[in-house]
Design a protein around this ligand. Structure first.
Ligand code: NIG
Ligand code: FE
Length: 412
């Protein structure tokens, strides 16, 4: 809970707001030039325009001189699967040879492969690799990360993944927001009994996860040959009854109507959306479902990018995420994420910044406390080596984050 003054930043890119921004609102970053930000006791206490006197005793504060540098809110990554055992480097070669992600999954690879390794891993091993991944993400400016279970697919291992995330949240500077994803795939022992597996999650897992408060949201992989729309509706409706927020992996590979279902159920977010229909996009805009786009996954799988431009023009709240996982996106590269979002999904740099700060905070129900530089919010900030946020997509693939501040303390 630190006290810090960041003085005379070339830009204070506030992204000001307390809820997700839709459509045209995403273009306005509310930049203060040559501004100063003060964090007191871990919370942003003052935003000063150029020349305004410092209203606190500087002796009680760490002072950073930020001339020539842009100051932004810490990045929020609202979709990852960062707790997992093992790796799947062979599958990368198979995909380059021409096998598709779904073919590999149908032949016993994919998520089920990682499930085997995650079941075998000890809690200590998952904690150690999870910690390393959080360290790497923080270097890239991420200060809050959502993480999903879903590589256990049995009672014990799902709880193990969620407990490791709780432990990391308590011990690491990163804030970790856990999501239960019991319906990520059907494990071998339930194959052919998908409906019964959904029932198992509803009857046994939801009450356990709710009781121990191990997750805030529940997610499902709604996809052709994974879980149907009807199964997703049943699972998510039951999750809501247990008090969870709802998330969906929707319309990733096949256009199934996932976006429409997310709107119908008023999900907090629908994620991927590469194949979302025009009607689905309109429905998400009307329902206020956050459309979380994952360009690193489309890139890795060589799939067409989600129609980010169309979604923003339709009035959607668009967020960005890395999807860090061992299969479809083994990367948390924020620099590449910004470049792909702008170059291939046709977001402007302003929209991309909004999508990875205040809108990604909205995707995990945190827009009231993080995701912007507003008085009263958590003091999670980052300084760039350059004077403008525009360098984020422009300096392709390069990490230009120089300093990361978490709750008012320098973390990187
Ligand atoms: O978001 N699509 C489903 N889930 C992950 C991939 C998980 C994996 O392949 O291990 C995703 O892309
Ligand atoms: Fe995912």
């Amino acid at each position: 809970m630190g006290n810090i003054i960041i003085k005379n930043a070339a830009q204070v890119v506030t992204c000001s707001g307390f809820s997700g921004k839709r459509g045209r609102e995403m273009s306005d970053l509310q930049v203060i030039e040559n501004g100063t930000v003060i964090v007191t006791g871990g919370i942003i206490s003052h935003l000063l325009q150029q020349g305004e006197p410092i209203p606190v005793d500087e002796q009680d504060y760490e002072v950073i001189h930020a001339e020539g540098k842009a100051l932004l809110p810490g990045f929020v990554d609202p979709h990852t699967h960062f707790i997992f055992g093992g790796y799947r480097e062979e599958e990368f070669s198979w995909r380059m040879r021409g096998d598709s992600y779904m073919e590999i999954m149908q032949h016993g690879g994919g998520i089920v492969n990682t499930t085997r390794a995650t079941r075998e891993a000890t809690e200590e091993e998952l904690f150690a690799s999870g910690k390393q991944r959080l360290d790497a993400m923080m270097q890239l400016g991420i200060t809050t990360v959502e993480g999903k279970s879903g590589y256990g697919l049995d009672r014990e291992t799902e709880l193990k993944q969620l407990r490791v995330m709780r432990q990391l949240n308590e011990t690491h500077a990163m804030d970790v927001v856990p999501t239960f994803m019991g319906a990520h795939a059907t494990p071998t022992e339930w194959k052919g009994r998908e409906d019964a597996f959904i029932d198992f999650n509803i009857r046994e897992m939801f009450p356990l996860v709710a009781q121990e408060k191990l997750a805030e949201s529940v997610d499902i992989f709604c996809e052709k040959d994974v879980f149907t729309l009807a199964q997703s509706r049943r699972y998510l409706t039951a999750a809501r009854d247990h008090g969870f927020q709802l998330k969906m992996h929707a319309d990733e590979i096949a256009p199934l109507g996932g976006a429409e279902l997310a709107a119908e159920l008023r999900c907090l977010s629908a994620d991927h959306l590469l194949q979302a229909s025009d009607g689905g996009i309109r429905a998400m805009a009307v329902a206020g479902v956050v459309a979380t786009l994952l360009p690193l996954t489309a890139f890795t799988l060589r799939e067409p990018y989600a129609r980010g431009r169309t979604m923003i023009d339709a009035g959607c709240i668009v967020a960005l995420a890395t999807d860090l996982n061992p299969g479809s996106s083994f990367t948390a590269s924020v620099p590449l994420l910004f470049a792909l979002a702008c170059i291939y999904m046709q977001l402007t740099p302003e929209e991309a910044v909004t999508a990875f700060t205040i809108n990604s905070a909205a995707a995990i129900n945190r827009a009231g406390s993080i995701g912007s530089i507003d008085v009263g919010k958590q003091g999670d900030l980052l300084l760039l080596q350059f004077p403008s946020y525009k360098f984020l997509p422009y300096h392709v693939g390069m990490n230009i984050v120089e300093t990361v501040i978490k709750r008012g303390e320098v973390a990187i």
